[in-house]
Design a protein around this ligand. Sequence first.
Ligand code: CP
Length: 307
Amino acid sequence: MKLAGKDLLGMKELSEEEIRYILYQAETMKYILKQNAKKTPHLQGKTMVTLFYENSTRTRMSFELASKYMSANAANITASGSSVNKGETLIDTAKTLDDMGTDIIVIRHQMSGAPHLIAKHVKASVINAGDGMNEHPTQSLLDLFTIKEKLGRLEGLKVAIVGDIAHSRVARSNIYALNKLGSTVAVGGPSTLLPKDIETMGVRAYKNVEEAITDADVVMCLRLQKERQQSGLLPSMREYAQFFGINEKRLALAKKDALVMHPGPVNRGVELCTEVMDLPRSVIDEQVTNGVAVRMAVLNILAKRSN
Ligand code: CP
């Protein structure tokens, strides 16, 4: 099987079959990751460049490690160290990388739609590593992989996504994906951080976290996107933590062994208290590990289409 398009731009564009295919491939990659010698020839001769206009630890490093484990040539560019600082446009930067023979461009950009824009102008496959408030598809894929690994299925689950829904590309990607895979999604958070039309995406929306997480199989907390907030949406971090942060008392409303997830980086003591982060059912560390496996799978699938 191949993906229909040359790029991975969002979960909105992927079919259920394509999502399941990537998750299936990621199981093999997870097996490879568990070996002492993590080196395979899958991407020999291929070149991946990461082009990050926003900060990242997990996404950028896991793409870089994934490509290296599979023997690709990997390079990275940040906006501050590139000719973007001399006024070069995004399209011209992407075309420059294309002309150098890059097979896969992984881009993170503050503008929603930036990966879609460059994908139209380059031969290389483009992977969206987070575009503004739009989507973060590989984060969603690793979240789905982690849920399936821990609970054995995705169908028939209640997944509560709580916190800063309005600014979260992780929430949007997961809502698209979980709806396609048969989970029910509830979102909860302060009314100022809930888009007015969020229920048109096929979710139940609550202006508190308690109702959203009641009887949930998975409690997915989101980072407060301080860099995207207008002022006046929240009284203070302390009050956010008090009224919306996930502590043990609130978590008790979810199912007994409900998974606790967070895409990271965590504002400790704001979205999640440390005691909850340290519970055995908190799978935040596994999410990070699975991010490498899922990105190996995505790189392999996209690289194969250009063979
Ligand atoms: N979850 C996530 O995208 O983390 P980074 O910003 O560290 O890549």
